[in-house]
Design a protein around this ligand. Sequence first.
Ligand code: C5P
Length: 235
Amino acid sequence: MINPIFVAIDTPHMKTALDLVNSLAGHVGGVKLGLEFFCANGLPGISDLSQLGIPIFLDLKLHDIPNTVAGALKSTVAIRPAIINVHSSGGEAMMRQAVSTVEECAANENFEKPLLIAVTLLTSLDDEDLPTLGFSGTPQKQVIRLATLSQRCGLDGVVCSPLEIKPIREVCGNEFKLVVPGIRPEGSDMGDQKRTLTPKQALEMGADYIVIGRPITSSDDPVAAVEAINATISS
Ligand code: C5P
């Protein structure tokens, strides 16, 4: 099995990121770089890390009009990420154009198309937030609505919380990729995550990839931390 762990490197510091990626390459499936790293280091910083040969999930959560998202995707696929994402609430036209842009870039420049996945509803939003945003129904209903819309537009999958794995699998099937943060190895500090699963539980439930940050990156020995997780996954 390909290693399903993407380590979240949430730092603005290039040296910290480089040290982590250098030590963790070969022990994980890839790294997730989000806005914190990107806003400090830009695409050149992402490109420097990708030179180390590790698959990158570029978590920029693009959300804008179709033409602007397509333009941003053209620039970002140039550094050959393994996974990139957009917000599904950007709508059908934006997502369809995102899919065709990524496919065209990959075909024209002859590289393997990255997985294009969607963010549905941010997990920081709960029942009380939805009416204030003009949404009716429960967060889960909204997540399912946006996941099915993303699938219909041709996206490869979604980012989802551990609690959403089962309901999304039921409606979107087994081929739809589920990338799942909110993972905590048994006995580790929850931090600000509330609804968590262990790595093994999330994979057994149907996650394709799991995103784990602080339980690895804040450890005194990140390689030992990840190897302990790998042992639980393969047991
Ligand atoms: O350190 P931790 O394991 O909590 O990191 C999880 C990573 O996944 C962070 O980069 C966080 O921003 C991201 N994430 C999340 N929950 C979501 C979406 C993304 O924790 N719903």
